[in-house]
Design a protein around this ligand. Structure first.
Ligand code: KG4
Ligand code: ZN
Length: 334
């Protein structure tokens, strides 16, 4: 008998994601987002997110099974994000996962959201080399990690943001520029028509492998305020901001590879979808002989397939399943 089909559930923020993975292969996945409901508040409202997950979870499970051509009875294990994330939102996913595992009589696995982002890349490009350096850049995280065997070895934290996450910086500056939420994709689109050298925004490089984006965020907001009453050259501002973020992220990531003698850099998380982060990472990795891996665009942002991918790795490594009464851990450390 081969390894079981793993159904993964992600509900840590505003995306309800369900994916089906077996033996490192993505069989199908589906996604619902409550992003539009949060847009007028300029950020994710935890209560609205939790309620949206309760409505979306059942239909999204159905859609994922349909996309894979599977029935519920085909599922042999369930994996779910237990943290970090919004507690109400995480609870909904866990309640659904626990119910499925209990009803189907299959094992349940708790998954760290960031391990999910790392594993997303295996679905597009096969197993990760051991070791690799991983840059996780999302709305909630900006971390540099040294990853060995995802299912067996602890992930080593090399650095973190000291204040805002890179995605948060994009989201907040976009607001100051009058661009819609979520700001990252809006900045990316606006930047296409802009000059990345137009505005000399600060490029903070704190010690070791840590990052800091709050100074850059404030500088960009001040620059926008400085245009009060005049037309804001949004494209130039967006391109310059994007260039500064991409510069510090890729500079540190490549330095981490060099110092640790690692030949592969993996860039994951929502901000990995940014076109300049991708192109600058490519340029710098090529110059240093480092292999760059970035998950397919659709798997960069939160999704259920990445959680199923970790579940599949755990199953195949013979890891102990979680007890059915496993708890969420909203501020889970790595
Ligand atoms: O990983 P993700 O879906 O959710 C978590 O935060 O865990 O990442 C969402 C973040 C948001 O801040 C969003 O603005 C950013 O990723 N993002 C982007 C792009 N697409 C999404 N930032 C810059 N450029 C993009 N193309
Ligand atoms: Zn995420």
């Amino acid at each position: 008998m081969g390894s079981p089909i793993v159904l993964g559930i992600e509900s840590s923020c505003d995306e309800t994601g369900v994916g089906l993975v077996r033996n490192g292969r993505l069989l199908g996945h589906a996604l619902a987002s409550s992003m539009d409901e949060h847009a007028r508040f300029g950020g994710v409202v935890p209560e609205i997110a939790a309620r949206a997950h309760t409505h979306a979870l059942r239909p999204v499970i159905r859609q994922a099974l349909d996309a894979a051509g599977l029935r519920l009875a085909d599922v042999g294990a369930v994996a779910v994000t237990t943290g970090p994330g919004l507690s109400g939102a995480l609870q909904v996913g866990l309640a659904g996962a626990r119910t499925l595992a209990y009803a189907l009589g299959v094992p349940l696995y708790g998954v760290h959201h960031l391990a999910g982002h790392v594993a997303a890349d295996t679905l597009g490009h096969g197993p990760l080399p051991d070791p690799c350096v991983v840059l996780i850049v999302s709305g909630g995280h900006t971390s540099l990690l040294l990853v060995r065997d995802l299912a067996r070895d602890p992930i080593l934290h090399l650095g973190d943001t000291l204040d805002d996450a890179a995605g948060e910086c994009f989201d907040k500056v976009a607001r100051a520029f009058g661009l819609p939420y979520p700001g990252g994709p809006a900045i990316d689109r606006a930047a296409r028509a802009g000059d990345p050298r137009a505005v000399a925004f600060p490029r903070p490089l704190p010690g070791s492998y840590d990052f800091s984006f709050s100074g850059l965020k404030t500088a960009a907001a001040r620059w926008a305020e400085g245009h009060a009453g005049r037309e804001l050259p949004v494209a130039d501002g967006a391109a310059s901001l994007q260039e500064a973020v991409a510069d510090v992220l890729t500079r540190k990531a490549v330095a981490a590879c060099r110092e640790h003698g690692v030949g592969t850099l993996v860039v994951v998380g929502g901000v990995a979808a940014n076109s300049r982060v991708r192109s600058l990472a490519e340029e710098r990795c090529r110059a240093d002989g480092i292999e760059l891996r970035v998950p397919p665009l659709g798997l960069c942002t939160d999704n259920g397939a990445m959680i199923a991918a970790v579940g599949d790795l755990l199953v195949r490594a013979g890891a102990e399943p979680a007890p059915l009464d496993v708890s969420i851990d909203p501020s889970a450390p790595l």
